[in-house]
Design a protein around this ligand. Structure first.
Ligand code: FAD
Length: 467
């Protein structure tokens, strides 16, 4: 180990840990408000899980919704998030996210220059379509735009700098960081230890722990090591652990959200996640391949879906060509890789997954009747106007949930200040994004993390300058 005093600055007003949506938004807002800020990122490239995400953002009461007559409000979104949180979130944080979602979505267009596709999606647990997708489709669109904004504002992002622990003064105020400024994933890399100090505050935006098997095991021992994840493999909990080492309060650490719509036929969220999340959930059906029957409302929230799919085990997601065309998504690359399959007839589909064919025919007939009668008596799936009967040719994918999102993390107040175990403010320390633990409770609704990262990131960037 060596001490390198020169590679990174010794002091800044504000230090942000992590260069995902939450960290970069906090840094931009802080700089716009007149602060001096730097971002530390342990990897050689910026973006964390944010860059591989879909970048979908939820907001109510938008001009896009108004244009097509969708009635929505911050109150309705609040109701949806609170219902899905099952009493395990902080209502005041949720309220702020919902109330500021629309203005922040607009800010992402006006200030960051992000463009969105002309589509509004609905995911399980939202009562109305309110989810917008960046154009081009990917979280990388948002990361590229935030990076451009950082460059334009002169914000330094230092990559390859891993935060190891916090430095506190005699009053327990967090004043600095011990870092390894030569970080790499190679466990034998030569560490360069350095201290860096912040005169106003440190914003933790280090993301989640859904891929950190060792940490996951400590807090959530019933998840099998072999279970796959949608996260990047370096996603880990060391900064969360460092917060815990200085007595930060945590909540919901035993809760990890699953992504129900993925497949073990590829690594990560991959290309199939799009088919599951955006097409099967809205236009298609889930089938237990052993029985050929549906077993759940495909628009149920992610928690209910994942739990049930893991229980049923052999699950196939099915949609048809009309649904795929209506969805507007291009599935070619997933089809070419054999992750999604196309079938010209029910027999082909049944053969592929060894589904009892008679039962599959009955299930599809029953579903098609349901679409006409607009009522799902079995599972109460809302039958919307955009849904149509399912007919050959069909598209299908094996469905296997993966760990996706860390619901637990540090506890903050509405100003993003981290609280200690006694509920007091840990002066000098702020946290935003997936590293926090009281936003989504038992279950995060689709597209609500990006909203959270942007809304709370901006608040952190403002509040840190007040101390
Ligand atoms: C495949 C996928 C698709 C998703 N799609 C959506 C979606 O469409 N809509 C939605 O709302 N949510 C989505 N999510 C969830 C959402 O993307 C994440 O919750 C969000 O991006 C987290 O942002 P963050 O800034 O908190 O963390 P991250 O983006 O993970 O950034 C954290 C950063 O901190 C860095 N870091 C960690 N430890 C250290 C350390 N010791 N020192 C220095 N740096 C460190 C990491 O390297 C990383 O770059 C998706 C997630 C995945 C995996």
């Amino acid at each position: 180990m060596t001490i390198n005093q020169n590679r990174i600055p010794y002091r800044s007003e504000v230090i942000v840990i992590g260069s995902g949506f939450a960290g970069l938004t906090a840094a931009i807002e802080c700089k716009i408000q007149g602060g001096q800020v730097i971002v530390l990122e342990k990897m050689k490239a910026i973006g964390g899980n944010s860059i591989i995400s879909d970048g979908g953002i939820a907001a109510p009461n938008t001009p896009e919704q108004e244009l097509i007559g969708i009635k929505d409000s911050a109150k309705l979104m609040f109701e949806d998030m609170m219902k899905s949180a099952e009493g395990l979130s902080d209502p005041e944080i949720t309220r702020i996210i919902c109330e500021k979602a629309s203005e922040t979505y607009q800010w992402s267009k006006d200030v960051l220059g992000i463009k969105y596709m002309s589509r509004i999606d609905i995911f399980g647990g939202h009562q109305v379509p309110r989810c917008y997708t960046p154009d081009p489709f990917s979280g990388s669109t948002i990361i590229l735009k935030t990076r451009e904004k950082c460059e334009a504002l002169g914000i330094k992002i230092l990559c390859g700098v891993s935060v190891l622990s916090f430095i506190q003064d005699e009053n327990k105020r967090v004043i600095g960081l011990n870092v390894d400024s030569n970080y790499s994933l190679d466990p034998d890399h030569k560490k360069e230890l350095q201290q860096i100090y912040a005169s106003k505050g440190i914003i933790v935006a280090s993301g989640g722990y859904a891929a950190d098997v060792a940490f996951r095991k400590q807090v959530h021992s019933d998840i099998d090591d072999e279970i796959q994840t949608t996260n990047k493999r370096f996603t880990s909990a060391e900064v969360l652990q460092a917060c815990m080492d200085i007595n930060a309060k945590t909540a919901n650490l035993d809760l990890i959200q699953w992504m129900p719509w993925t497949t073990n036929d590829e690594i990560g969220y991959g290309r199939g996640g799009l088919f599951g999340d955006y097409i099967v959930s809205s236009y298609g059906i889930l089938i237990d391949s052993k029985t050929g029957q549906r077993f759940i409302n495909e628009q149920a929230n992610r928690k209910e879906l994942a739990e049930m799919i893991l229980q049923v085990k052999d699950v196939v997601g099915i949609a048809d060509e009309r649904s795929v065309l209506a969805s507007g998504w291009d599935l070619n690359s997933a089809l070419q890789k054999g992750i999604i399959k196309k079938h010209e007839s029910i027999s082909d589909l049944a053969d592929m997954y060894k589904i009892p064919e008679d039962q599959l025919i009955e299930t599809l007939d029953h579903y098609n009747q349901m679409v006409i009668s607009k009522k799902d008596e079995q599972f109460n799936k809302p039958i919307e106007d955009w849904m149509s009967s399912l007919n050959a040719p069909f598209y299908s994918m094996r469905i296997n949930p993966k760990t996706h999102y860390s619901l637990g993390g540090v506890v903050t107040n509405v100003d993003t200040q981290v609280l200690d175990q006694q509920g007091q403010i840990l002066q000098g320390l702020y946290a935003v994004g997936e590293v926090t633990g009281l936003t989504h409770g038992a279950n995060r609704l689709g597209s609500c993390s990006v909203t959270e990262c942007l809304v709370m990131g901006r608040i952190a960037g403002q509040k840190v300058l007040e101390s």
